[in-house]
Write a protein that binds this ligand. Structure first.
Ligand code: BTN
Length: 344
């Protein structure tokens, strides 16, 4: 991490849209002469940022990087969530321009004894993993690929609502901070209007009835148009959507979203392990669930079940009332809205 770039970007991003930072101020922050400031800014210009210099006013950022940029991400974290960026914030941020899968990398780092919590971001993934052995399309610069690694030391029996809680917390962020009407689709998707905006993949290692490693992976389609996706994972584009599409076509700042996701995920985890989440879960579920009252088909390992969704049970299983009036609670499965074959 280039600390001086983080300092510059924190000042420029902190000045807000249209705001200038004087050459003196940047020179002071960097501890260099005013003539050296331009050299530092030039380096950033080669990394997808644009900085304008106006005589008598100073410097201003005219273009943020469209891709994930570790220093811009660190600057956003510092500005938006100072507690997380400080020395005691405890968010171990890892940034990799390219990796097979951030969940895999989380496993490797845990195996190597890295201290948790860790938040691992990748610019792209070459073997992004989805649920049930599926691939997760991870080539585009507009996507966010992140894994959180924790060591909760909790009995696995405490975990069944974990992924749903993380999803609800992310929905709250996207609704309240970004004004985007994102909902959770049980058990592991974030959706809007039948389009999948994000997938969550929780993986755990259990030792002697205690959870040792817990990895929460999130693939969030932030900017771009799935119709343009290419390559093997592109089949997912049929049902995929991006935040940009539901933001009236306006691109979001990927680095700001990444910083907010890192902070939200880490806090949501804390609220989960301390049990604080329980006081809010039902309210958020009522607000952000996308399936309540809908007719669905749930694909199970041994067939499919069709019924109306009536809610969740205390273990996070989906409650259904079937056509014959009988009730079932399903622990996991693929949910399709309406009739057979209509993918939601
Ligand atoms: C799904 O919907 O099937 C879950 C998709 C989860 C994808 C994310 S991208 C970041 C993390 N790394 C992975 O390899 N997978 C998860």
């Amino acid at each position: 991490m280039d600390e001086s770039a983080v300092t510059v970007l924190t000042a420029l991003l902190g000045a807000g849209e249209g705001g200038y930072v004087s050459g003196e101020e940047l020179a002071r922050l960097l501890g260099v002469s005013r003539v050296s400031v331009w050299g530092r800014l030039k380096k950033l210009q080669g990394e997808g940022l644009e900085v304008e210099a106006v005589r008598g006013r100073g410097y201003r950022l005219t273009k943020e990087p469209a891709a994930l940029h570790p220093e811009a991400l660190a600057a956003c974290l510092r500005l938006r969530h100072p507690a997380a960026a400080g020395p005691r914030g405890g968010l171990g941020l890892v940034f990799l321009p390219e990796i097979d899968s951030t969940n895999e990398e989380a496993e490797r780092l845990l195996a190597a004894g890295r201290k948790t919590p860790l938040v691992i971001f990748a610019g792209r993934q070459t073997a992004g993993r989805g649920r049930l052995g599926r691939a997760w399309h991870s080539a585009e610069a507009g996507g966010l690929y992140v894994s959180f690694a924790f060591q909760p030391r909790l009995p696995p029996a405490r975990m069944p609502k974990f992924t749903l809680w993380m999803g609800l917390s992310l929905c709250r962020l996207l609704n309240e901070v970004y004004g985007l009407p994102v909902r959770v689709k049980w058990p592991n998707d974030l959706v809007h209007d039948g389009r999948k905006l994000a997938g969550m993949l929780t993986e755990a290692r259990i030792d002697a009835d205690v959870m040792r490693d817990l990895i929460f992976g999130l693939g969030l389609n932030v900017n771009g148009d799935p119709a343009r996706w290419k390559g093997p994972g592109a089949a997912a584009a049929r049902v995929a959507g991006t935040l940009q599409q539901i933001n009236g076509g306006r691109a979001l700042s990927l680095n700001a979203v990444a910083a907010d996701v890192a902070w939200t995920g880490a806090r949501a985890y804390e609220d989960f392990v301390t049990g604080r989440f329980a006081a809010e879960f039902d309210t958020l579920w009522a607000r952000y669930d996308s399936l309540g009252g809908r007719d669905v088909t749930v694909g199970l390992a041994d067939g499919a079940l069709r019924g109306k969704v009536t809610g969740l049970d205390e273990n996070g299983a989906l409650r259904l009332t079937l056509a014959d009036g009988s009730r079932r609670a399903v622990q996991s499965g693929d949910v399709t809205l309406g009739g057979y074959g209509v993918k939601s």
